[in-house]
Write a protein of this length. Sequence first.
Length: 617
Amino acid sequence: MKWLVLTLLLLCGAFTAQASTILLPLTPEQGLSQGAVRDLHLDRHGFLWIATTGGINRYDGNKIVELHAKDYRLSEISFNDILEDSQGRLWLSADHTGLYLYNDHAGYFELFITAPKEPGHPIEATILKVIEYDSEHLLFVVNQALYKLNITTRQLTKIFDLTALGYPTGWIRDLLLDQQQLFIAAFNGLIHLDLQTNQSRYLPHLPEDITNPSRDQRHTKTLHMQDGHLFVGTVSGLYQLPLKGINDYLQSERPYQIHKMLADRNIWHLVESHQQLLVATDLGFYQISNPDTISLLLCFSSSNQKLLNNTIVDFVADGNGGFWLANPADGAFYWHPQSEAFQRVPGTEQLTLNDSRVTHLWQQEQTLWLSSSNGLYHLNLQDNSVNRYLGYPASGQINYANFILHFVNDADKTLWLTTRTGIRAFDLETKSLIEPLMQDDTLPSLFSIGSEVQLFEPNSQSLIIKQKNKLYQYFPASGKIEPMRFLNEHLPMEHFGVITGRLQDGSWIISTADQLWRFQPDNAQLSLIYQHADFKPQLNRFASSLLQDKNGALWVGMPGIGLLNFDTQTWQLRQRFSVDDKLRSNEVFSLLLDDSGNIWFSSRQGFSAARAGKTYK
């Protein structure tokens, strides 16, 4: 990789006069499988590994190669963490599937162990973090639980669970091992676990002057140990704790001094470099020499790339003074301090629609409603004016209660919002949140974190809601709740994905992993209409969109499988479009029917159309 660095520096030198910060990109334009990067790792051979929400990539300094399993593609899998252990083995942790091991001789990944199910947790089993315990064991996190894995026998042992502390729906974000002491960064604080006695307790991580901490300040997410101190990164600040003080506290509960290093920043990653602390945040890349000497090294928006999202979720040093930086939306970028002369970083610009990630659209006459990662937007299509509701005022920062994943329209009266913190009701007339009616005390839990609005059923004027692998029917006019026992008993709910949509005849299309079902609510008839030939439910390939064309045929996009076309008279699969039919990608997301009857669909690798059995780019 050294020749690569020299080349990059030469390229950077050629552009120094054009921008204050020079970044060289690895994005989908350069061949990256997906722009949403979650983790980076530079291995002992000099290869850069890039984990994204849509595949795992390896960069050798010349080209990007996407890696897969032996019998199936990994482009539809979202990877979280990369670990190279002391034996040189490369491990990947993934959403919903499990832990993968790289077979370096064969050149592909193998699913080493499936993520254990956490039945009490509202979110599908997700391995967020994996670390090495010793040469024969790994420790990894599944949602709120911590497991120890024997690599030789593949035996799993649960050694810690937030459920025992009263938080069955919580999250563990990071682990730091110091001999037989394990520090755990959790959504509600810092936890110390003695691995010899299996005793755990919360540790103070905020200064005494913060008497009423916010949820973001309590939410610890990244840990680093350096020069006798433990650094704790939270969703809202970085704090320094003395290790000797922690040990005294564990023995006698004697308070210790805590220093605030960086305030009001979402801390993603920490690394020591030349006796300084480098910090990746939601607003850029910082260097901390001591609590009083803090420098902002760069932010993406002031670079030659002009990115809107300044968040850096991970970074790795290349050993030659440069860094690879991971952006959660746009890719990985190389930066070397010698490639530029630092200039003043501009202040925050006025927030626009471009500052948020749009997740869902709905047109109401001459207006368009858009849900996003930062609230709900209302766009007037006549004068192009934009109003925002529920959003967080500071650009580049996220309030998870306002991170809207999806919404359902309730007969043009209410938008039912699925957010990161549960379901919320937005009244279209008053343009404000309202409290849903409730008949009993079960409703608050039904609307809590992990609950998802699936569908509005106009015949019964009810909402279909999924929570904890169960479906419920909620009647907004009365507040009545009924469990959908028939579907809960006859569908493979452990692999449930989504109710993809409602057809012209009133039936529903339901997606479970690698399967599609048709349900007729009027007579409770359920039938399996599709199962993927290479059935692997552990891969969690669900339908993302559907539509019916002018002839009544059904089109369904299934990321990881492709585009499916069904005859709705016989419910037979007519055609499956995939990479075998010269599609650029099997990750089909959104579908659109134009006035000429063409089916347009988006994927990770572009925009395509299907017409009369022909597919073209």
